[in-house]
Design a protein around this ligand. Structure first.
Ligand code: F6R
Length: 248
């Protein structure tokens, strides 16, 4: 594979402008393909964008009624009604506030007894829907996308069950009562799944991510920086706030 150099990098002045800009890009894509499959992400970065999408929906500017959604990942094991599950997060931050038909909302099932089969079925469901029109991504401090952590292994994985790294457990323990409550595994779309999306929209905010943003855009393509693989995707838009863009 060769670099496509087609990353569209948009620098905005702050978190609010980043959120609005990204919401507009996603809303335009939804309006273009109102019956398509769209990929969503959790984390702190998309919260403002989801608020903006809800506002646009309430103003009649975007309609979720025809969409099928696929989320990037989910902890394993976790109950859906745990307020730290990504299932709970998506309902709370977006899906309960728009007219999405919840029977077409897909998030890996943290309650399953057979996570490996669940991951396989998830990948098949994405293929069966004809591929993801636009996949939203955040960016981990170590360059992870989804729960695809730095590894020497390459970019070939589809949706799979992964062990969380100690750094991710440490980063996420603030959301749980004790460190022992943080699930030790997750189900995540693989890099291969993400790269099959027709369009990728990444949002990144804050100075702490400035270095990794520069590495992902300008550094070598390596599985040690999982997001660097996006240099090979033909249609990537990265919306940054000023701080996240400060090392470019
Ligand atoms: C979320 C996900 C993660 C986050 C990343 C950034 O579904 O898969 O890769 O996008 O960890 O998280 P925040 O936005 O909290 O900095």
């Amino acid at each position: 594979m060769t670099k496509t150099n087609s990353m569209n990098v948009i620098i905005t002045k702050d978190y609010d402008e980043m959120s609005l800009r990204a919401a507009q890009i996603m809303a335009d894509a939804i309006n273009e393909t109102p019956n398509g499959c769209f990929g969503f992400a959790t984390g702190s970065t998309p919260v403002g964008m989801y608020k903006a999408l809800i506002d646009m929906h309430l103003a009649g500017k975007v309609d979720f009624s025809g969409l099928t959604t696929f989320n990037l990942d989910e902890y394993y094991p976790i109950q859906k009604d745990n307020d730290q599950s990504y299932d709970f997060f998506m309902r709370d931050n977006l899906f309960n506030h728009v007219n999405l038909d919840k029977s077409r909302m897909n998030i890996p099932n943290g309650e399953t007894d057979d996570p490996v089969a669940c991951c396989r079925a998830y990948e098949q469901a994405i293929e069966a829907c004809g591929g993801i029109e636009m996949q939203l991504l955040g960016l981990g401090l170590n360059g992870h996308i989804g729960f695809n952590e730095p590894t020497a292994e390459g970019f070939s994985r589809a949706t799979n069950l992964v062990d969380l790294t100690d750094s991710t457990i440490q980063a996420n323990k603030r959301f749980f009562e004790t460190e022992a409550d943080v699930p030790k595994k997750a189900m995540t779309m693989g890099i291969k799944t993400i790269m099959h999306a027709k369009k990728v929209l990444m949002i990144v905010s804050g100075a702490s991510k400035a270095e990794i943003v520069n590495t992902l855009i300008n550094g070598p393509i390596t599985p040690l920086v999982p997001a660097s693989v996006l240099q090979l995707h033909h249609d990537v838009t990265i919306v940054l706030d000023k701080d996240a863009a400060s090392a470019l």
